[in-house]
Design a protein around this ligand. Sequence first.
Ligand code: C2E
Ligand code: CA
Ligand code: CA
Length: 763
Amino acid sequence: MLFFKDVYFVTSIILLFLLVCGTVDCLFKKSRFSKLSASLQETVIISVVFFLAAMLTKHKLASEILYGFFLGSLDFTMYVALYFVYHLDGTKKISPLYKKRIYFCLGLATIDSLINCTNLFHHLYFSIKPVYLNDVLFCWAPSYTPFMHIHLFVMYLIAFYTLILLYRIICSVSKIYRHSFISLSVFYILVLLLNGCYVSVFRNLYLDFSLIFYELMAFIAYIFIIYIMPVRIKNNLFSIAGQDLSDGILCFDNQMRCIYKNTLGEKIYKDDEQSNTWVNQYFEKPEDFIRTTEVFEIDGEMHFFKLEFCRIKDKAQKFSGYYFKLNDRTNEVKNLEQAQYRATHDELTGVYNRSSFFKEVERILKSEPDDPRYLIGTDIKHFKLLNDLFGTQFADNILKQQVAMLYKANYPGCIYGRISADRFAMLIPKKYFNPKYAIENTSKIKDIAKGVNFNLRFFVGVYEISDSHESVNSMWNKVCLAIKHNDNENNVLCFYDTSLMNKLIEEKNVISAFEYALKQNQFCMFVQPQIDSSTQKCIGGEILTRWRDVDGGYRQPSSFIPILEEAGLIFKLDYYMWELAVKKLHEWKSIPSLQNLNLSVNISVKDFYYGDLYKIFTELVERYEVSPAKLHLEITESMIIGDKHFYRSILDQLKSYGFIIEMDDFGSGYSSLNALKEMNMDVLKIDMGFLKKSENEVRGRIIIDAIVKMAKDLGMRIISEGVETSMQIDFLKKCGVDVFQGFYYSKPLPIADFEKKFAEDKK
Ligand code: C2E
Ligand code: CA
Ligand code: CA
């Protein structure tokens, strides 16, 4: 018995010492749990101290008081355990009922504790008895009355609530915490069972062994809550968080065993031979940190990773393992590739865009400068019109067909590009270029447009690369030049030759000389008279520009008007001519023989974009006090492509102001009838092509007859241009043409000659 007592005391005191240490440790820690753990340990320490003191004292009264305090402190130990568990519930969703129960338990524990502490006076729970061992007083021990069951009931009730709370927590917390709470519950039940055993079976031992388990419980709870649980939770939380990281994580221990891999890591590292080979190659490298890229196949798709490999070292710089971080950059790489593709290729047809095509040509010529090659360009005449008449979808389809045609010449070393809206280019080794195929293939594209009754004219410019150091831009310009100066409309293939360069130089000369010539008044007004068909009298004339050379000769408009139009300079010349014409009309106002004459001026379609035509013409006639009806404005019908509403609104304004609007070259374009429908004009000038002598002369006449009838029905006057013979005049008169203009009457004359001739005429 003495031996047991010694063992019991030594064990209790060791545990007591541990509890004191734990309490001190907890008091230094600032967390909520450390405070809870400290209070649990403190109450257990108090209980143990009371019990040991009660057992050790030989004084009956002191022993009785100490036993009372011991039993009273046990109430609070149980309560603090309950309170401890209550605060472990991290969900904080405990219903108010639980809170009330906890207060109830506190009340019960307090009352029971008071009864225990005051047992000395009423002996309700126990009386004190001496225990002798070999006739020597061993200790004073309590002899419990049946009322002691009240104390036990209070204790077990609190324990029961504690277990309910633990159960609640176990059910509600995440899996990662559950394990810890189950262990805690199991341990608590064990302590309760041991206590139950002591109370019912081993009470006569006098030594309360369950108290040792209380001590153990408080100490284990302390270790568990302060040290084990946080680490386990941290690990669990990290691994959960790591699972869903967008990066792949792989950790290897110092034995090169994989100790952790998250979801993406699992897909990359499969622990097979192949996987081990690639991780080993990193392990064998001397570097502590490597940053590189790797490609892995995941679910049958190639993925691009940014890889970071790190040799892990602890604080003491001792090697502890390896770590891989794999950042999936597949989307980024794909986006980059797509962006690169978009930046270098044409969206519609998929061939290179202009800059990439040029770069690629340059690269090829640099790498194989001696292989003879052709640079080829394709062009669709009036592509804009095609867009306008049949819609972008149709036009896009033609472009795609064009590329398909180019692809037919898919020989090694061929590359393709879209240089501008309707111009495609191809670089082809000379040995593969077959002009016959080129013509045949282009004629197939023409067939697509047959369905819509449009004469698709398609040209292929060919430039033989003679100097591989020449800039690609210059080569391309030569291809364009070949297309542009194609004299024969039936010629599909247009080869570049040096004479074309002379034409280009001529164009450049026109452009550079233009401004100076304008200032020097080198542009002169020629007038071609217009004759009334019924009276055969001159009613005015059309102003046609001539450029006076230094040698006194005159340049025809065909040699400079198209160049100025293309260079965006035509507006300057036109405005100059319009002003001359209005000035002339002003001058004529005071000359009776000329005051009734009209003057027609030509308007280039580009003029619409360089100035407000309504404002310009109204200002001109107002400034020179000329009636707008005297100024006739000629617009070429076929030029009106695109935004018809835009042209129409300007022409309508001019017309309602009083100008006479003439539709020039009617019948020469593709959509004459359309233009007639859309534009509300006063005069229709029949294109001279209908009068030209040809096999189809008779048909031309039938058409003229029909046009005249139609125009009359639309309330328009009719002028016939290019009248050269009296037979034509007879015919046109019969048809009902109102006005004649042509060489039969006069060629365009210098204005002074015109004035002289027709002023005399009137006399
Ligand atoms: P257009 O407006 O159709 O002018 C009629 C053209 O036909 C003139 O050519 C005239 O000389 C020519 N012509 C007149 N009668 C006959 C004939 O009986 N037989 C033949 N074979 N030809 C005849 P031109 O003067 O060379 O003008 C050519 C074109 O240049 C004009 O065609 C007009 O579109 C344009 N043009 C002339 N001057 C100007 C101008 O100041 N501004 C603008 N924008 N264009 C102008
Ligand atoms: Ca004209
Ligand atoms: Ca004309």
